[in-house]
Ligand binder design. Sequence first.
Ligand code: DGY
Length: 321
Amino acid sequence: MSKPRLVLTRRLPDPVEREMASHFALLSNQDDQLLSSAEIVARAQAHHADGLQITLTDRLDAAAIAALPDTVKIISTYSVGTNHIDLEAARHRSIAVAFTPLAVTEATADVALFLLLAACRRAHEFQMQLRQGRWGAWNAWENLGWDPGGQILGLVGLGRIGQAVARRARAFGMEIHYHQRRRADQAAELGAVYHASLESLFRVSRFVSLHTPSTPQTLGFINANSLSWLPQGAIFINTARGDQVNDSDLIGALQHGRVAAAGLDVFANEPSFDRRYLDLPNAYLLPHIGTSTEQTRARMGRDSIANLCAFFAGAPMPWPA
Ligand code: DGY
């Protein structure tokens, strides 16, 4: 039987592409150019594709999905986020969608904790001090950060990544509180305290870490109003999606010290971002590296392949979106 035909929209790690090529007839993108929706549709047409293997940089809105050729039966995304795909439009055309939720959990939680600890110990400020030759003799009163232990970490979302952050934070002595629509089954084993409202969570949280998907409802919900609920000098971490934050409002809060520091791995319009963050010594900025480890990217590849193989074998996919 001939291999299913797949359009691969971005370059994936070599071992992942080799494995994919052993299962599927690939039209790959070795130059790794960002493709517009129209270019993805054109490639799907030219390749008579049975499926698309995409990443979070590929936007498939309702119009793009409507324009896909009838041959396309599955969209597999190499990500936990699915906000770049119009799921309703895919359902409407009976196109299956698969994602890689398990693979990304631990690496993303590591980055959230890394940003939180870096912010607590003002690592960026002090590294600049050293690099710029401003390091004087040790003294007892300067360069003071804050202990994470004994503080409340407020998690917005206690899904897989939120739980993985909670496990790590508990090892550092933090107390876990969380908010989401419903109580989480796993909250008891994490000793996590539920808040029915975001305001109630923010009012008690010295640290806040965001673990909510990007949806029309979460757009810009971190804004001047919600930030005003935080205790003075709180620390804000975002490894989820950038469009949930109103950048001007967060920058204002960082400038005035209402928020002591922010750790951001994600931005609304990546790879561009609000350049005003660069002037803030209390902004810890990373270029969306939450899942950027060899092991995690390999696992995201294995999970994508498992989804695709199951789909084309007519079996249930391990991770349908
Ligand atoms: C995801 O999987 O959605 C992550 O944001 C990728 O780093």
